[in-house]
Design a protein around this ligand. Structure first.
Ligand code: AMP
Length: 629
């Protein structure tokens, strides 16, 4: 079948299409209805069907490949490497599941996972899936305030964490940040399960904190049956940034997600049982959920969990892993490739990369220089794919499992099956002509695997995503884009206040709120500014309560460091602005709305745009003067 026919069927006859794809996973009880779209924009997939993500990822491979590698945990930070076969993984997941149950976790309970890239993090996710608990993984780079907000929203009965992670040869403590987050949060989890890696001394809170090694030892032979879940039961909540300062809990189902992953592993990532998949992301992001933990395992592949940077001990490390484990499909982000590009390419040539069939890149725009460079170096197809935490799997790419569609430089590809994409003119709500810029929208119902709702807030789901255009049944991605005459899309940045730093999605409002908590800060604007390496970086403009505090270069620098430290402590270094400038006025409209796009344009050396509504044009001169210093 051609991809065009495959795609058309997914749009014209979604039930027949997804009924076929659903046979890629194992069902305990068949569904009675493929799609229930009777209450738009909410969509229910595979109604009444019963399945389990852990069963599909682990148990179902025991009969055919129990002794084949399932999880390969590599840390170049602690110099450790361990391969777990599917049988080993099955055992470890049951030990973790039994430990969680012993701590009182029941079906439907939330379990927050705040962990470095260690095997136990995957055991914990799969154990939740096994017993029907809902995991919420929080990226390890986030600090106590970010964590506290998520604790208050998810209300986890249990938090699973570790003493520390390691990055660049230094221990990165987790436990003290977690303790502080629990202090800050209104909701208090009953139990905290700690994986002690022996990296950092820590204090355990009596009655609350439990050491995993001791608890696991009590459950070595645990046999924990799979809890069969209705397809639309909740599998996990993953928080992501938006326009407001309050992160949204993206809630996902069980059956639809399993089908979307099994299908995308076959049609887009072309993975086969027995092969090895290496995604370099982190379990704290959606790529980690879909394509480090669940996707490859559901496809019967071995998956690599990597703790470390791409350049330690040297920039050949990832390629040495590809050689050693015969990785067939690799998934990374453009920033990582730009980092590697700064190092000698000979490091790559030292390794036998003949197993590698393709490199997939996502998370941020892939520039043509980076794409051409890595394509030449590796000699394999580079496949850009565009998607979001909300969708869980690619919206745009090429599905080489269906047809060998050509890629186009600068484009993340064509519409993936199941996604009925429209580029909408923001002003009149109508579909744009080819090559006309508009908002990337998707006609509902969304395909399987996409978010069910915002956790605990259906209204926010409807208002945020489905109320942006005159046409009700359109989901907004909040990205600008164009489609060319051949159906290839180009993504042109976010329409909202979300920025993308090294592929990490951050809300400028969250960063502003954090900076505002500094006693000397009266007002602040944070914008995303183009950066050659990271795609974008956050830049802050601050009005001080007492402007006399920042008059000299030294005093400005000292305050800049203080403001950065506030963000580090509250949100994590990942959200730290690259520069903090001091001004006495911010560009605003006469009605008081911050002119963020104008500030951003000036920072990027572009024209400030339409300024007819600006209250005081000298505010822009201040921005320019601050940048010139
Ligand atoms: P996240 O939810 O963290 O995965 O971030 C999703 C956002 O990252 C999208 O809305 C886009 O703005 C951006 N993004 C993801 N993948 C791509 C891509 N391949 N090309 C351009 N932008 C991308």
């Amino acid at each position: 079948m051609s991809y065009a026919d495959f795609y058309q069927q997914s749009i014209q006859q979604p039930e027949a299409f997804w009924d076929r794809e659903a046979s890629l996973i194992d069902w305990h009880k068949p569904y009675t209805k493929v799609l229930d779209a009777s209450r738009p924009p909410f969509a229910k997939w595979f109604v009444d069907g019963e399945t389990n993500l852990c069963y599909n990822a682990v148990d179902r491979w025991l009969a055919t490949q129990a002794d084949k590698p399932a999880l390969i945990a590599i840390s170049t930070e602690t110099n450790s490497e361990k391969t777990y076969s599917f049988a080993d993984l099955h055992r470890e997941v049951q030990r973790m599941a039994a430990s969680m149950s012993a701590l009182g976790v029941k079906q439907g309970d939330r379990v927050l996972i705040y962990m470095p890239m260690v095997a136990e993090a995957a055991f914990a996710m799969l154990a939740c899936a096994r017993i029907g608990a809902v995991h919420s993984v929080v990226f390890g780079g986030f600090a106590s305030k970010s964590l506290a907000t998520r604790i208050d929203d998810a209300k986890p009965v249990l938090i699973i964490s570790a003493d520390a992670g390691m990055r660049g040869g230094k221990a990165v403590p987790y436990k003290p940040l977690l303790d502080e987050a629990i202090n800050l949060a209104e909701f208090k989890p009953a139990k905290v399960l700690i994986i002690n890696r022996g990296l950092e001394a820590m204090k355990l809170v009596a009655g609350r904190d439990v050491d995993y090694a001791s608890l696991r030892a009590l459950h070595l032979d645990a046999q924990v049956p799979v809890t069969w879940l209705e397809s639309n039961a909740m599998s996990y909540v993953l928080y992501t940034s938006g326009t407001t300062g309050k992160p949204k809990g993206v809630q996902r189902d069980v059956g639809g997600y399993a089908v979307a992953l099994a299908s995308s592993m076959k049609q887009i990532f072309c993975g086969n049982p027995g092969e090895t998949y290496f995604a370099t992301s982190d379990i704290g992001w959606v790529v980690g959920h879909s394509y480090i933990v669940y996707g490859p395992l559901i496809a019967g592949m071995a998956t690599i969990m990597y703790e470390g940077t791409p350049i330690r001990p040297d920039a050949g490390i990832w390629w040495s892993i590809v050689e050693k484990y015969k990785v067939t499909r690799m998934f990374s982000a453009p920033t990582a490739i730009r980092v590697l590009k700064k190092h000698p390419a000979e490091l790559m040539k030292n390794y036998d990369l003949s197993s590698l069939k393709a490199l997939y890149l996502a998370g941020e725009p892939l520039d043509e220089t980076t794409s051409s460079w890595i394509s030449n170096e590796l000699g394999v197809p580079i496949i850009d794919n565009y998607w979001q935490t909300e969708t869980g799997w690619p919206i745009m790419s090429v599905a080489r499992g269906v047809e060998n569609t050509a890629t186009r430089l600068g484009s993340p590809g064509i519409a993936m099956y199941g996604y009925n994409i429209s580029i909408i003119n923001e002003a009149n709500g109508l579909e744009c002509a080819p090559n006309e810029k508009g908002v990337v929208a998707i006609k509902g119902p969304l395909p399987p695997g996409c978010m069910q709702t915002v956790y605990g807030d259906d209204q926010r789901f409807v208002q945020t995503y489905w109320s942006n255009f005159a046409h009700d049944q359109l989901y907004s991605t909040f990205d600008w884009g164009i489609k060319d005459a051949d159906g290839y899309y180009f993504i042109l940045g976010r329409t909202d206040d979300v920025i993308n730093v090294a592929g990490h999605r951050l809300g400028t409002r969250e960063i502003e709120e954090s900076i505002s908590s500094h006693a000397q800060v009266s007002e602040v604007a944070v914008v995303g500014v183009e950066d050659k390496l990271k795609g974008q970086v956050a830049v802050a403009f601050v009005i001080l309560r007492n402007p006399d505090l920042a008059t000299t270069a030294d005093s400005k620098r000292a305050l800049e460091v203080e403001v950065m430290a506030v963000v580090d402590k509250q949100l994590g270094a990942v959200a730290r602005p690259s520069r903090v400038h001091f001004v006495t006025m911010l560009p605003k409209t006469r009605s008081g709305k911050l002119l963020r796009r104008s500030i951003q344009a000036i920072c990027e050396g572009r024209d400030a745009g339409d300024l007819t509504t600006i209250e005081d044009p000298t505010s822009l001169q201040q921005i320019m003067a601050a940048l010139a210093q």
